[in-house]
Structures are given as C-alpha cells and as structure tokens.
Design a binder for this molecule. Structure first.
Ligand code: 5GP
Ligand code: MN
Length: 337
C-alpha cells in the first residue's frame, strides 16, 4: 500500500521557522537514522529543525551524526513541549500512530499544527495532513531518501546525511538480508556510499560494540530458548531478574529474537522481555514466509508492525504470558505447520 499526499509540503517546509521531527518510543536505527538524516538535510536548505524522541535510545546508535542533539521527551518534557508549541510543522517518522510515542502522543494530539508522516508500517492512522507511506518498503530511511531526491531533486547528499540513511536501511533490513530488501534498496545504498557513507565502518560502529554483560545476557537468553517443533515456533524469555543480573542497558536485547528464528525449520520466533517498572512484558515477533505477525500482534498483544516483524505487549506476568502464548498458538496450527 502506498499513500502520497505531500503536494504543498515542500512550500510549507521552505517557509517554516521551526520544524520538529519525531521518531517512535524506544527508537531504533531506522527511527534515528531517518529523523537525523532529514534534519541534516533541512539544515542544508537553511530550515531549522529539532529531532525529538519519546525516550532515550541505545548506546550503539550514539555514534550517529548529531545524535547528541536529540531531545528526549521523558527527560526534557517542558523543553520539548515549548519546542512543539513553537513549531509550524511536525514530521513523524517511522511510526503509524501517535500511540507509538507514548505520553508524547497525548501532547501531540491536542496541537493544531500540520503533521507530515513518512513511514512504512502497515495500517497508518490518519492524523497527518501530509503522508508519504509505503508499506512494502524496507525502511523509513528509503522513503526519506525518496523525499529528498524527488521532491527537492537533491542528490548532493553529505557524508553525514548518507551515513544516517544508510544506518536505518541497514538495521531495518537486517544488514540487507530480509525479503523486503530489493534491488532498489541496493541502488539507494550504492548512492549513499557514493555520497560518503562508509558501510563497513557503520556496521562496526553499530554492531561491534558489545559489552561483556550484553554477551552474558545473550547467553542467558539462549538458555531460556524453548522450541515447539510441531508449530515451527521458538521463543526466548528474559525475566526482570535475568536483566538485572546481567546489568541490562537499553538496546542490549536488540536482535536476540533472530537467534530463535535462525533455528533450522523455525518459521515463527518470539522474545518476551519482562519490564517490572511498567508492569508489562514487551514482546517482539518475527516470522519467515506467510505467517503474518503484524496481524497476530494486533489481534492479541496491543501491537503491530510489519508482516514479518512486529511488536506488542502483555499485561500479564511473565509466566502467565508464556502459558497464554503456548495455548494461543495452537489456534494457528494451520498457518504454522
Ligand atoms: P521490535 O520487535 O524490533 O521492537 O519491532 C519490530 C517492528 O514492530 C518495528 O517496526 C516496530 O516499529 C514495531 N513495533 C514494535 N513494538 C510495537 C508496538 O508495541 N506496537 C506497534 N504498533 N508496533 C510495534
Ligand atoms: Mn522502520
């Protein structure tokens, strides 16, 4: 599905005095890469913008150009609200509904400012006057690239802009290996490299900075791996105690679910992570092939995402969440076998 209602956005943007660019809660590489990349491009045009996130982001993304300028709503609420009141245009990137920004979303809902959504998630909400949405595309960064190069006929990207966009494409495609990766993705990536993005360095900066405690947490996660061969399903769980014992830091569990998915014959993989402070279990779903985890997460776990990668949460405790899940998937036998 593709929506393009951005006619008039360029003019509004060029007249804007203050623009805010927002990503989703628990920002990932695509949320940060797309927001920072767009912000850097706008400053090249002479348009001043602020990048804002609902909460902080993992250390492995802190090397990104201008990452230190990102404002986090949960830590700087009044500064963020002041910025938003003064904004004459708000971009929302890499999410499809204001609820994906937590408490910040409640504040955004009551603003009377034009919104521009650039996103690739299924079933977008309709709060934005301007939309550039393509649910087939692997990453929001590819859409930001399209926005820059087609709306502004600007192919003269800086190394910093290219590095930001490369990062989001790299993380959302699992380093260019998920089925959403197309020849067009590779062409964009090639252009970004020509413009200065250093692919190998970006991989190193993002992935080769493990702490010992993260690897120990991974070891615990693999210990807690359960396979249900009949349903081609595997899941991992981490309790709050597992996290505490291994000095959990934000971002440490990124990618763990892919180990479950890498098992031979497994089509559906899940990770359950207890969050005692929020009294929830945060869940990531992954699939290969036809099993639609977006629908599964929407139907049962107050979540959503993409067909093969989605997230959600459970309000039950960890052990009840796991029992409920094991029960639930029996109803999906036909789709999973
Ligand atoms: P992850 O499992 O890596 O956190 O997220 C996978 C995909 O699902 C991402 O595209 C992310 O934006 C989306 N996602 C994660 N958690 C949620 C959620 O609670 N609600 C919705 N609607 N989407 C989510
Ligand atoms: Mn994304």
């Amino acid at each position: 599905m593709r929506i393009n209602t951005i006619s008039g956005l360029k003019d509004l943007l060029l007249q804007a005095k203050k623009v805010t660019i927002i990503g989703h809660k628990n920002p990932d590489g695509d949320a940060l890469g797309s927001t920072l990349g767009l912000s850097l491009f706008l400053s090249k045009l002479g348009v001043s913008s602020t990048v804002m996130m609902p909460n902080s982001f993992p250390d492995f993304l802190k090397w990104l150009p201008q990452a230190e300028t990102v404002l986090c709503y949960d830590e700087n609420t009044s500064t963020c609200e002041k910025e938003l009141y003064q904004s004459d245009l708000i971009f929302t990137l890499d999410f499809n509904d204001l609820s994906r920004t937590g408490d910040l979303g409640l504040f955004l809902e009551q603003l009377e400012v034009p919104f521009a959504m650039i996103d690739h998630h299924q079933e977008p909400s309709t709060y934005a006057e301007f939309m550039l949405v393509d649910t087939q595309i692997a990453s929001t960064c590819e859409l930001v690239y399209e926005f820059i190069t087609t709306e502004f006929q600007n192919t003269d990207l800086t190394e910093d802009i290219s590095s930001c966009l490369y990062t989001g494409i790299m993380t959302d495609t699992g380093s260019f290996r998920f089925p959403s990766t197309t020849s067009k993705t590779h062409r964009i990536v090639a252009n970004l490299m020509d413009a200065g993005a250093k692919g190998s360095l970006i991989h190193q900066n993002t992935f080769d900075n493990n702490s010992i405690s993260r690897l120990q947490l991974l070891s615990k996660a693999l210990d807690n791996l359960k396979v249900i061969p009949d349903l081609k399903t595997a899941y991992i769980y981490l309790s709050q105690e597992d996290l505490n014992r291994n000095h959990f830091k934000k971002g440490d569990t990124e990618g763990f679910v892919n180990y479950a998915l890498s098992l031979k014959g497994i089509r559906f993989a899940v990770i359950f992570i207890e969050n005692a402070a929020e009294k929830i279990v945060k869940i990531s779903f992954r699939s290969v092939g036809d099993f639609d985890v977006n629908t599964f997460a929407r139907s049962h776990y107050q979540g959503g995402g993409h067909k093969n990668a989605a997230g959600g949460k459970s309000d039950l405790d960890l052990s009840a969440t796991l029992s409920e899940f094991e029960h639930l998937i029996n109803h999906y036998k036909n789709q999973l076998q």
